[in-house]
Design a protein. Sequence first.
Length: 114
Amino acid sequence: QVQLVESGRGVVQPGGSLRLSCAASGSIDSINVMGWYRQAPGKERELVATITSIGITNYGDSVKGRFTISRDNAKNTVTLQMNSLKPEDTGVYYCYYYWTRTFWGQGTQVIVSS
């Protein structure tokens, strides 16, 4: 089992920034993928960004150029820096872990509103 604990929820104005972090614990594989998905009200969960244990990143089209994902393998943490936030970035952000098994965090709320 892998446990994921997210932090960094908040309300921010359009154009603002917010940082989310996720700490993994438990049976961590030396090779894995961690990242973030989000779900807006009434919509399906969608990819935000992922990063492999060797630093290969993948971003959803709607966040490219605005969000940056990074990780610290020694601490088993992944961070999402979100800049130039838009109202459509509002949603619940879920931390994600995958390597033969998939685990999800409980989710953290992000609201972008003036």
